[in-house]
Design a protein around this ligand. Structure first.
Ligand SMILES: *Cc1c(COP(=O)(O)O)cnc(C)c1O
Length: 371
């Protein structure tokens, strides 16, 4: 089965060379030399001031909320991976949804003021599929209402906006280095911030509140990355430019053959995206399910990211219905994209989708009138 992604494993000898260093040092976790090297190289590669590694992207979110002192509620997007909201709930912060922009698929800044509550302390937005949020507008709103901004940047590795890393925006951004992500450490994540004090608090929170031998300064958790995961990260990072190039080639090819036929995510202006995913929006849920069945029959397994819309989650009720997010989540399908995916497979996916498209749309009916 061809899945929507395939975890990247580079050259095994390169990985082994890093693992040899672990055997030589006998240092397996707790800020070992490979973690330190990976942190430095990632900071350098992304061009950010502080980057603190964590053991996954969900804890990165939780620690970021704590480091920024969030409380009460946060306005967030219903169209994201469940961790964006569940991490808030886990930390005792109520997620209150605001709807997405139907074109960029990101949190619509103009919907934020209407969702603010008396106790709202933050905006938590996701750069969905690596497409930068309307960061300037979100931050203007945050200043106006004195809110913190956290970006869930799990999809946005190497993404740039206005010539710099998209992780530059917000009080903090979080990354996920899960095996399915463009850059990965098997399991892992990071927190990026420009603020020295926030960075210091993050480091403390990630290590039980321990600041020195015999010194525990307040509550913390265990969010440390281990050396074997760092070894994987270093060996994937060695190949990152090639990974990004292959993805861009595939993304451009999908875009070239599908645009005009299917609804695609509109890319933010002045941005350089990473093709970490290739989502399309079909006409309706019936068509999504039919296409999925047909693709699966051909050995291809697309995924419904993100489905369901998070404003439907039972444990987050009550919530106002987020119409744009619900509509998109019913229509979206992510297509396979990863280095090593054959052009013939891409053609098979495209041909299947276009055949399905022709069945349900006479050529004379444009997309706009059909919706
Ligand atoms: C993957 C992902 C996460 C969670 O990251 P983990 O490393 O799996 O904990 C959070 N948010 C988004 C948008 C993601 O895609």
């Amino acid at each position: 089965m061809i899945n929507v992604t395939k975890a990247y494993l580079g050259d095994i000898d390169k990985f082994k060379a890093y693992v040899d260093r672990i055997y030589a040092s006998h240092w397996l976790t707790n800020h070992g030399p490979l973690c330190c090297e990976l942190e430095e190289r990632l900071k350098d590669y992304l061009g950010v001031r502080h980057l603190i590694l964590t053991n996954n992207g969900t804890l990165a979110l939780q620690v970021a909320y704590r480091a920024l002192g969030l409380s009460g509620s946060a306005v967030t997007t219903p169209f994201s991976f469940v961790a964006t909201s569940s991490s808030l709930h886990w930390e005792g912060i109520r997620p209150v949804f605001a709807d997405i922009d139907p074109h960029t698929w990101n949190l619509d800044p103009e919907q934020i003021p209407g969702s603010l509550q008396a106790d709202t302390s933050a905006i938590v937005a996701t750069h969905v599929f690596g497409n930068p949020c309307a960061v300037e507008r979100i931050e203007a709103i945050a200043r106006q209402y004195r809110l913190k901004v956290v970006y869930d940047g799990a999809h946005a590795f190497a993404v740039k906006h206005a010539g710099q890393s998209v992780y530059h925006w917000g009080d903090a951004s979080t990354l996920s280095f899960h095996a399915t992500k463009l850059f990965h450490t098997i399991e892992g994540g990071a927190i990026v911030t420009n603020d020295d004090e926030v960075a210091a608090r993050v480091r403390k929170l990630c290590n039980f509140g321990i600041t020195d031998v015999d010194k525990i300064e307040g509550l913390g958790t265990n969010a440390k990355l281990n050396e074997f995961c760092a070894a994987m990260g270093l060996s994937v990072l060695d190949d990152i430019d090639n990974i990004l190039e292959r993805r861009a080639e595939m993304g451009h090819y999908y875009r070239q053959r599908l645009s005009g036929y299917l609804d695609l995510q509109r890319q933010a202006d002045d941005s350089q995206v990473n093709y970490s995913y290739f989502p399309v929006a079909l006409q309706n849920e019936t068509q999504v399910l039919a296409m999925r069945t047909e693709l699966q029959a051909g050995g291809i397994n697309p995924r419904r990211y993100f489905y369901p819309s998070l404003d439907t989650l039972e444990y987050l009720q009550p919530q106002a219905v987020q119409y744009q997010s619900r509509s998109l989540s019913e229509r979206v399908l992510c297509l396979p994209i990863y280095p090593g995916l054959a052009r013939a497979t891409q053609d098979q996916v495209i041909d299947t989708l276009l055949r399905g498209h022709e069945l349900s749309y006479p050529q004379s009916v444009s997309w706009a009138t059909a919706v």
